[in-house]
Design a protein around this ligand. Structure first.
Ligand code: VG1
Ligand code: CO
Length: 545
């Protein structure tokens, strides 16, 4: 064992989902090591018996620096005397697969190496996230303690050992620690088999159902090949961009209408298959498309909840509740009400769903940012959402568009968009929202976007399970007609600030309206409210999702 002296970096506070920085920041000597040691030091405080009987899971989305980081972590975990370290073969684990492995193998926790949907490469982004024993992201109380450790760190533990062979399954002893290289597909596939009826889905493909799954050169490639093509016998070629590449082949692995443009074009072509789907860099987000038809994440969440009991064996017994992040559309609320189960509203970020699921309060949850999941793991899960849709389509034998339109007929439609204004100057963007925050009290009753402000606040969440309070989670303005405007700054970016403005308008019109028309008054009201042009010289969003 080797003790290495180090000095703190002052920028290691985890954001919405772990620590994300430019790859070159992570490549600085001791940067990665400091953070990992801070995680171990924090977790050790809660593990009085030490790590000797504990397992740590390690893997990432295959982006540039993944392997180097994993070798560093393996040496450090051994020096910190973990009993076992489980590493995905090739250094690969999708985020939901890490969650599945932690839970199934009763691990203490896991380190996920990914900057998710952010581009990868030496000049792009890298990230690391710690997941706890329930398989979910560490809650804010723990990430804050990790950050405090990074500020006072003086040394880390490692040992001298050549790189471990990550390419083959097997095990070796490193100091007191057993390092085991495992097949990254096994645990995840087993969880999917428990939830879904693979036989019915196989028959569906045999009957001629066609889909295209775009893995965006990221981590879901191997999972999708195995589950869709090998296990469900979808025709070869169903999965495209299916090999994880260090730079994602130059793609921005963020599955939305802008970044998954090839898939969108294919789904809009005359030869479009029945279903189009894509996942992000680390496999926790999903995009669902029908022929010439986009399913918004808010609708997708609502529809999965609506059809779960009748179409998906894993939920045959019904669901305990639904949860969505505050900015996510209220479509899920209406389904929950119809099902007679509660709907919880949490701040942005998956870590808030963990407590609800552990306490048995919610089964299905999601976010507007293309994330959907359930209590089968404690992360959002891209391929799971795809299998949910496959199950709904296989059971109802209806097209994607038909299913969504029927939902709008029954429940009405949440017209919804998120507008991202990227690359803003951090101080100016912060001041901009501070100013709005100061005006919130005075907004009540004011006319806005053809209605009147019913309530305006900065969202504060009281966790019903552990009583913790998370304040300042986003400005929300609720109008009397049920419309909403929500504004917050992103907590996952690595450059400048990103303003996210979310607009929603609910209409019981069968869903026939034109979305940008319906939302136009809210969109301009949001811009005026934050004074985007006056303060930052911007009018048009960088991305609309
Ligand atoms: C974004 C999304 C949020 C999501 C988070 C992590 O956070 O808005 O809903 O949970 O990314 O997703 P922010 O703070 O930038 O708005 V992932 O797939 O990047 O792990
Ligand atoms: Co992700």
């Amino acid at each position: 064992m080797k003790i290495v002296q180090t000095t703190p970096f002052h920028d290691q506070r985890p954001g919405t989902s772990g620590l994300r920085k430019k790859t070159r920041v992570f490549m600085q000597p001791n940067y990665m090591e400091n953070f990992v040691q801070a995680v171990f030091d924090t977790v050790r405080e809660d593990t009085p018996e030490g790590f000797a009987a504990e397992t740590l899971v390690v893997g990432g989305d295959g982006r540039f620096y993944n392997r180097t980081a994993i070798q560093t972590i393996i040496r450090m975990a051994a020096a910190n005397e973990f009993g076992r370290v489980l590493v995905g073969r090739g250094g690969i684990f999708s985020t939901p697969a890490v969650s599945a492995v932690i839970r199934r193998r009763r691990a203490l926790g896991g380190l996920v190496l990914s900057a998710s949907h952010n581009p990868g490469g030496k000049n792009a982004d890298f990230g690391i996230k710690y997941n706890v024993r329930n398989g979910g992201p560490a809650p804010g109380s723990i990430t804050e303690r990790i950050y405090q450790h990074t500020l006072k760190i003086t040394q880390y533990l490692t040992l001298d050992h050549p790189d471990v062979d990550l390419e083959h399954e097997g095990s070796l002893r490193l100091g007191v620690t057993e390092i085991v290289i495992i097949d990254p597909l096994v645990d995840y596939t087993a969880v999917m088999e428990e939830l879904f009826d693979f036989e019915i889905l196989r028959t569906f493909f045999q009957d001629g159902f066609r889909m295209r799954f775009d893995a965006m050169n990221a981590v879901t490639g191997p999972y999708a090949h195995h589950i869709l093509e090998e296990r469900l016998r979808a025709p070869a070629g169903t999965v495209v961009n299916g090999t994880p590449l260090e730079d994602f082949g130059g793609l921005h692995p963020d599955p939305n209408l802008v970044n998954a443009s090839d898939l969108v074009a294919h789904m809009n072509s005359t030869d479009a298959p029945d279903l189009g789907a894509a996942c992000d860099g680390d496999g926790d987000r999903n995009l669902i498309l029908g022929r010439n038809f986009f399913v918004t994440p808010g609708d997708s969440l609502a529809l999965i909840a609506e059809h779960s009991q009748t179409c998906i064996p894993g939920y045959r017994g019904g669901i305990a509740g639904v949860a969505r992040s505050m900015p996510t559309s209220t479509a899920a609320d209406r389904v929950a009400a119809a099902l007679g189960v509660p709907c919880y509203e949490t701040p942005t970020g998956w870590k808030f769903f963990g407590n609800l699921m552990d306490a048995g309060l919610c089964t299905i949850c999601g976010e507007e940012s293309f994330g959907t999941g359930s209590n089968h793991v404690r992360e959002k899960d891209g391929l799971w959402a795809v299998l949910c849709w496959l199950s709904i389509l296989a059971t109802t034998r209806r097209p994607v568009e038909g299913i969504v339109r029927e939902h709008w007929q029954r429940f009405g439609r949440s017209y919804y968009q998120r507008h991202d204004y990227e690359g803003l100057e951090v101080a100016a963007a912060t001041r901009m929202l501070d100013t709005v925050r100061d005006q919130l009290a005075a907004l009540k009753g004011v006319s806005l976007a053809g209605s009147r402000v019913k309530h305006a606040d900065d969202f504060s969440y009281n966790d019903p399970v552990d009583g913790s309070v998370s304040a300042r989670q986003g400005i929300r303005i609720l109008l009397e007609d049920g419309s909403r405007i929500v504004c917050r700054l992103s907590g996952t970016g690595t450059e400048g600030a990103t303003l996210r403005a979310y607009v929603e308008r609910y209409l019981a019109d069968g869903g026939t309206g034109e979305i940008s028309e319906v939302l136009a008054p809210l969109t301009s009201a949001a811009r005026e409210l934050v004074q985007l042009r006056q303060r930052l010289g911007r009018d048009e969003p960088t991305v609309i999702t």
